[in-house]
Design a protein around this ligand. Structure first.
Ligand SMILES: [Fe+2]
Length: 268
């Protein structure tokens, strides 16, 4: 941010300031030096000093205003963080087996986004998307979410509706990121075999393609009610095998690079 800068102090650098007002003054006096009296000079110096004082005051006001805006922004960011966390916790309280899943998906999705050169704001959007992508599970009966063992086709139909439910919950929030769309599309697959819309290829937004990879890797690497954790090696094998089929090839390559070359691991 730039500010109006006060002219330099008359007491320390008189020559520069004198030149500024002398130009104006001479123009006013028709360029006739002999018409300039000592009183004229004194008045103009006073005028310049007043002008300098005004600029310094404006400068101070701008600094104060900027500090207030910064403070408000920090408060808003904290409030948003708190809201996102509260929403994420609400889903995970009803689904204890996947507690922490959304946060860990967010970690991996952000690491992929950073590696893909996303701006800081877009990475932050990915973090929120990761933290809230399963918000629609709030509409699914808790008995289904926490059921040990296999789920029935009917129960799976209900579960498959969670991206759409999440979209409905989030869609009216004016967020500077395709949050609702990312939630809606996070189970879509590159070849059109996903749900709920069955869209394919570039019709799936990049944010959802990243989230889809981060989601499946975290889910396979973690324990589930109906199976033990398969481990990160099997998760990476799954995305490699389906690279370009179910998952975006570039996103898969970057995800593999993050684990094998950059030493990424989920924090507990
Ligand atoms: Fe999901």
């Amino acid at each position: 941010m730039s500010y109006i800068t006060a002219e330099k102090n008359l007491d320390t650098e008189p020559g520069e300031n004198l030149r500024i007002w002398a130009d104006k003054f001479l123009t006013a006096k028709g360029g006739e030096f002999d018409k300039i009296s000592p009183a004229d000079v004194k008045n103009l110096v006073l005028e310049l000093k007043m002008h300098q004082a005004q600029l310094e005051m404006q400068n101070e006001e701008l600094h104060r205003a900027e500090a207030e805006v910064q403070h408000s922004l920090e408060k808003l960011t904290k409030a948003l963080d708190g809201t996102v966390l509260a929403l994420a916790n609400t889903v995970e309280m009803r689904d204890p087996y996947t507690a922490g899943h959304q946060r860990r998906v967010a970690q991996l999705a952000c690491a992929i986004a950073r590696e893909m050169g996303f701006s800081a704001e877009r990475v932050e959007g990915m973090r929120v998307l990761g933290c809230l992508h399963d918000i629609g599970k709030i509409a699914i009966p808790a008995e289904i979410l926490s059921k040990p063992g296999r789920i029935s086709p009917m129960e799976f139909t209900l579960i498959k509706d969670h991206p759409r439910m999440g979209y409905e919950i989030i869609k009216d929030i004016d967020f500077p990121f395709p949050l609702a769309k990312g939630i809606l599309q996070h189970h879509e697959r590159l070849n059109g075999s996903g749900y709920p819309l069955g869209i394919s290829g570039p019709d799936i937004i990049l944010e959802a393609r990243i989230l889809g990879v981060a989601d499946v890797v975290e889910a396979m690497a973690s324990h589930r009610p109906y199976r033990m954790a398969l481990g990160i090696d099997q998760a990476l094998e799954e995305i490699s095998r389906n690279r370009g089929i179910l998952y975006d090839p570039e996103v898969v390559d970057i995800c593999l690079k993050i684990f094998t070359e950059k030493g990424f691991s989920f924090s507990t």
